[in-house]
Design a protein around this ligand. Structure first.
Ligand SMILES: NC(=O)c1ccc[n+]([C@@H]2O[C@H](COP(=O)([O-])OP(=O)(O)OC[C@H]3O[C@@H](n4cnc5c(N)ncnc54)[C@H](O)[C@@H]3O)[C@@H](O)[C@H]2O)c1
Length: 141
């Protein structure tokens, strides 16, 4: 099984290492090319993650700034920023953009979706994007 992780910051990079250390193949996507290059070099940019841990799982990780490799992922975790707007509501722009990119390449994108830390946004935000972009229907494939 391959696990997809989109957004390789303070949440995504530790998840990448945790899944890889558990023996999973990880497909890691970020729009920030510098992060992709650092992962490929086995160099951590998150202080909680030692470069040695990242380097040790390097062979199990496909890192890319294109979303196409996610087509093989059986699950995708989206860990992009949700900064607060001036009205102190989460700005879902990066999440929407990432979901659209995931749905365009994934044949399983509409199976299930959730936004854990924004109560009330499941399934209203991601499901319409995933269904529209993938042509699939939640629960029916
Ligand atoms: N950092 C924490 O302690 C923490 C705790 C709980 C929840 N969260 C939530 O987790 C999410 C991620 O937070 P974080 O701290 O890891 O953010 P971060 O800013 O450290 O990392 C986000 C990454 O997403 C990438 N990104 C942005 N848009 C993208 C896109 N469209 N496609 C692909 N990659 C994209 C950025 O380049 C960046 O590397 C946020 O919603 C945040 O609110 C964070």
């Amino acid at each position: 099984m391959a696990v997809g992780i989109v957004g390789l910051g303070y949440v995504g990079l530790p998840l990448l290492v945790a899944f890889a250390e558990a023996g999973e193949e990880v497909i890691a996507i970020d729009v920030d090319t510098a992060k992709i290059e650092a992962i490929e070099a086995g160099e951590s940019y998150i202080e909680d993650i030692a470069s040695e841990r990242l380097a040790a799982v390097r062979d199990q990780v496909i890192a890319d700034n294109h979303f196409a490799p996610l087509a093989r992922a059986e699950a995708v975790l989206i860990c992009v920023p949700t900064p607060l707007t001036p009205n102190r509501e989460p700005d879902l722009g990066p999440l929407n953009a990432a979901a659209e990119s995931v749905a365009r390449v994934s044949s399983r994108a509409a199976d299930r979706s959730g936004v854990d830390h924004v109560p009330g946004h499941h399934p209203g935000v991601l499901v319409p994007i995933l269904e529209r972009e993938s042509g699939l229907s939640v629960g029916r494939g």
